[in-house]
Ligand binder design. Structure first.
Ligand code: A3P
Length: 322
């Protein structure tokens, strides 16, 4: 999905020729508005920027790749769908028959990859429309200006996101998770050149957005979702305008949603064991360990020091740490 450049318009080809370019094992990259994209993803970003019209009730779930997007999608779907579904009737819930990525489309990969008009048949959207994106906030902001729509950003420790991406990429390419691949990804990651990188600018765009506009941008962390899931789920529900009622809390709905959306539960469902996205990615590749600090098993102390120093330097003075 990421490799073909055959959907590039003449304007985009011209634009690319004026941008910084680079390449990695998956293809050619260019830096547009401070963020690195494969060429065909850039085309989708441009298609989005030229065509997307927000609705007031839209919700956009944003993240850096491998930050827990699948989990955030599942939790948001479960929160918004809860009035329609009986959690004691497990057969009656969209998350049980589809993967979160089949329910919540990516703006760039699902809606605008192929052209200016989204194909509504794959993702029939009802209000409130739920979308996701890996684009940084400054790239989607212009389309959303004056719109009261809500944006949730899920931030994850950079080292865990890198390790998660290493495993995902190797699985996607049917390769063993070799150290040589990790080492080359590590170097690109530290230089900021890589799909949607640099991670620090990505997180900073939403961090600043959440400080400037807390009513419309919520900054969440994967690690906090792991350590205090109930509190974070309630925070998300409040932000999305569907807080839990006392009765729902007494009936254990918070815990039921967390259980429904847990990695163990979702990864064990038939659809997630055997299904694929419409672009042919196995749903099971979105689930692995789901642990905080798994990077300790793979990065050397030298790698840890290097990444920490770069991130500390890049985030200095912003109030953001990760
Ligand atoms: P690991 O590779 O560290 O296990 P994304 O959804 O953005 O692609 O991120 C994938 C990461 O989120 C993977 O991390 C995956 O295991 C984890 N993940 C997926 N579903 C999850 C869930 N329901 N709960 C917690 N973590 C989940």
């Amino acid at each position: 999905m990421l490799l073909r450049d055959d959907n590039l318009s003449e304007e985009t080809k011209k634009l690319i020729s004026s941008l910084p370019t680079d390449k990695d094992a998956q293809g050619k990259l260019c830096k547009y508005q401070g963020c690195w994209y494969y060429y065909n993803t850039l085309q989708a970003v441009i298609n989005f920027q030229e065509n997307f019209q927000p609705q007031d009730t839209d919700i956009i779930l944003a993240s850096f790749p491998k930050a827990g997007t699948t989990w955030l999608k599942a939790l948001s779907v479960a929160l918004l769908e809860r009035s329609k579904h009986d959690h004691d009737d497990p057969l009656n819930h969209p998350l049980l028959s589809d993967n979160p990525h089949g329910i919540v489309p990516f703006l760039e990969f699902d809606m605008y990859l192929k052209g200016s008009t989204p194909d509504q048949t794959k993702f029939p959207l009802s209000s409130p429309r739920l979308f996701s994106t890996h684009m940084p906030l400054h790239t989607i902001k212009e389309n959303l200006k004056d719109s009261p729509c809500k944006i949730v950003y899920l931030c994850r420790n950079a080292k865990d996101a890198l390790i998660s991406r290493w495993f995902y990429r190797c699985k996607y390419q049917n390769k063993d998770a070799a150290r040589s691949i990790l080492e080359s990804m590590f170097e690109s990651f530290c230089s900021g050149v890589g799909f949607y990188g640099p991670i620090w600018d990505h997180a900073l765009s939403y961090w600043k957005g959440s400080l400037e506009n807390p009513k419309n941008v919520l900054f969440m962390r994967y690690e906090e979702l792991k350590t205090e899931p109930s509190a974070q789920l309630k925070r998300l529900a409040e932000f999305l305008g569907c807080p839990f009622t006392e009765e729902e809390e007494e009936n254990g709905l918070v815990e039921k949603i967390l259980e429904l959306c847990s990695l163990d539960n979702l990864s064990g469902l038939e659809v997630n064991k055997t299904g694929k996205t419409w672009t042919n990615v196995d749903y099971k590749s979105y689930f692995r360990k789901g642990e905080v600090g798994d990077w300790k098993n793979y990065l050397t102390p030298e790698m840890e020091t290097k990444i920490d120093m770069i991130i500390d330097e890049k985030l200095k003075g912003s109030g953001l740490t990760f």
